[in-house]
Design a protein around this ligand. Structure first.
Ligand code: SF4
Ligand code: SF4
Length: 112
């Protein structure tokens, strides 16, 4: 029977089944990733955020949730300006972290 509306697919994530391989690889070279407290200061200062939704906070959360496709798409909007690096209260070298993640996706080779 068609009621004229549908139920949105569930957006829940089963954390027992997500692929954390990329997060573990990044953590080996960027152990500071565990210090992120998801405060959002990086996103608030990012010049690309307003136009593209780029957010280091979301990149880190995406890695922790196994959302590799979404992370890759988001990283393509980063200009590597380093502004997020200056405001992180945890002192995480976010620009370096972004470059490390990009290496696993073979992105931004020309910007290293
Ligand atoms: S500013 Fe630092 S601690 Fe805050 S969300 Fe961004 S990376 Fe995490
Ligand atoms: S380095 Fe990337 S994520 Fe950080 S502020 Fe610049 S554009 Fe945004």
């Amino acid at each position: 029977m068609d009621f004229g509306f549908g139920i949105a697919p569930s957006s829940s994530i089963n954390l027992d089944k997500v692929d954390l391989s990329l997060y573990r690889k990044v953590k080996e070279v960027e152990p500071d990733i565990e210090r992120c407290m998801a405060c959002g200061s990086c996103s608030a200062t990012c010049p690309a955020a307003k136009f593209s939704g780029m957010s280091v906070r979301k990149v880190i959360l995406g890695l922790q949730r196994g959302q590799q496709k979404e992370v890759r798409k988001m990283l393509s909007n980063c200009m590597l300006c380093g502004k997020c690096n200056m405001v992180c209260p945890r002192g995480i070298n976010t620009r370096h972290l972004i470059l490390s993640v990009c290496r696993y996706f073979d992105m931004k080779e020309e910007q290293k």
